[in-house]
Design a protein around this ligand. Structure first.
Ligand code: HEM
Length: 416
């Protein structure tokens, strides 16, 4: 309607970078509306929040992700020709390839190697005075992801490759030096992964690893993906597995802030672990928003949306929406116990995994965070020394400022 709040006269990109995760929620509150128009990255954009917005945005084929996010983020998180940039039948075909890597057996294999790497690292932590969980988890996850995917790295490269993948995530939400470091890392990681693809295609050896599934995938016309695109898609499973380290650091922070839950989870009840993991994904800021462009002219609650208009759905604000959640400002895993998952929950997108753009790795993410919480509560003891654990909402992507330092780490096995 004509009374839709609009601030589209001035470009708000700098305000967005300055205000971070609070940019959208602050305006929804100020305008007392779940929809407003703004000008972001030099373009009119319709911003939406809440369960109805999620259902609207995730109607099949309603919004393309093509050219919907800023180029500084796109270069680090998507890459040319990747599944995110596809629509319709081509998207469904490529997405089916990703989802074929997410079977229960394949996920169990990832958790197996993840736990092996975690326990191996735990041995080393015992010899250290203190360790930073965020970077340690990134390194563990990179090694686990490569082993699972069938990407063989010489030991001397494993660590720097992990750092490169982490730099892509670090750089995605900013402009300037952090973003430039990400671009260098993207270049190095792409070069390495192109070599992996070429090597698999040439030799044809190895078991059916995810890397091989991607290298030998054929598009709808029966053609292999070009090497750069295949390398992009391989990066599309390795990089986000490393990103799970952030949820692990937030999970450790939640255990620290809610000791009653630490005790409860030590009993190992699967439903409680899962509820806790969901609450970590709801409560802490990670992906701030999802952007798309209307594939056809449409309308949201009476506001017309012309074809091609950019629409932005607020993730962080939807997770804190008092219309959708009781006491959203509190960390309460109970809300996910024996309850349906609300539509306003979209830490990794909404809608359907197979037909829409919802995150292909959501189940893996849940599995890995659960396994990490299990290790933190049952395989080891540690102290949390004084440090800066604040989570700044201005920094995208967010993290506990110190990266979560643990000291006097002991494995439970070593104590008995
Ligand atoms: C897409 C978040 C982990 C693979 C997405 C989207 C979000 C997201 C918000 C976009 C949804 C949309 O456009 O509607 C996250 C977060 C993660 C995570 C917060 C936590 C670390 C993973 C993992 C994998 C993965 C572990 C793979 C192993 C993908 C792929 C897409 C995607 C391939 C594109 C899907 C498509 O366009 O159809 N993710 N993700 N993600 N994610 Fe994740």
């Amino acid at each position: 309607p004509s009374d839709m709040p609009s601030e589209a006269g001035w470009d708000r990109s700098l305000a967005l970078l300055r205000e971070g995760y609070t940019f959208l929620p602050r305006r929804f509150r100020q305008y007392r509306s779940r929809v407003f128009e703004s000008r972001i990255m030099l373009e009119r954009s319709l911003c939406l929040q809440g369960a109805e917005a999620v259902r609207f945005f995730y109607q099949p084929d309603a919004f393309t992700r093509k050219a919907a996010i800023p180029p500084t983020t796109l270069k680090l998180l998507q890459g040319r020709g990747s599944v995110q940039t596809l629509d319709g039948a081509a998207h469904r075909h490529r997405k089916a390839m990703f989802m074929s890597l997410m079977t229960p057996a394949s996920r169990a294999r990832l958790i197996e190697v993840f736990s092996e790497e975690w326990l191996r690292r735990l041995n080393r932590w015992q010899a250290e005075e203190s360790v930073q969980l965020l970077t340690e988890a990134e390194d563990i996850l990179c090694r686990a992801a490569c082993r699972w995917a069938g990407v063989v790295l010489p030991e001397e490269e494993a660590q720097s490759f992990g750092r490169d993948l982490a730099a892509l995530i670090e750089g995605a939400g900013s402009i300037g030096p952090r973003n430039w470091r990400g671009l260098m890392s993207r270049w190095r990681a792409d070069r390495r992964l192109r070599a992996v693809i070429t090597d698999i295609r040439r030799s044809g050896r190895e078991a059916d690893t995810p890397a091989k599934v991607i290298a030998l995938h054929r598009d709808l016309s029966g053609k292999l993906l070009d090497v750069a695109t295949a390398a992009n898609e391989l990066n599309n499973i390795l990089r986000p597995i490393v990103a799970i380290a952030r949820f692990i650091a937030f999970g450790a922070l939640a255990l620290h802030d809610h000791p009653a839950w630490r005790e409860r989870l030590a009993k190992g009840d699967d439903a409680e672990l899962e509820a806790f993991t969901h609450e970590v994904r709801r409560y802490y800021p990670f992906f701030p928003a999802i952007a798309g462009r209307a594939n056809t002219p449409t309308a949201f609650t009476g506001c017309p949306i012309p074809m091609g208009r950019r629409v932005i759905v607020d993730i962080y604000g939807s997770h804190r929406d008092i219309g959708a959640w009781q006491q959203p400002e509190r960390f309460l895993p109970e809300r996910f116990l024996n309850a349906d998952i609300p539509d306003a929950f979209l830490p990794q997108g909404g809608g359907d995994h197979f037909t829409g753009h919802r995150c292909a790795g959501e189940w893996i993410t849940i599995d890995v965070v659960k396994a990490a919480i299990r290790h933190l509560t049952t395989s080891m003891r540690y102290e949390v020394p004084p440090q800066d654990l604040t989570v700044s909402l201005r920094r995208m992507p967010a993290k506990p400022e110190s990266g979560f330092i643990m000291s006097r780490v002991r494995s439970v096995e070593a104590m008995v």
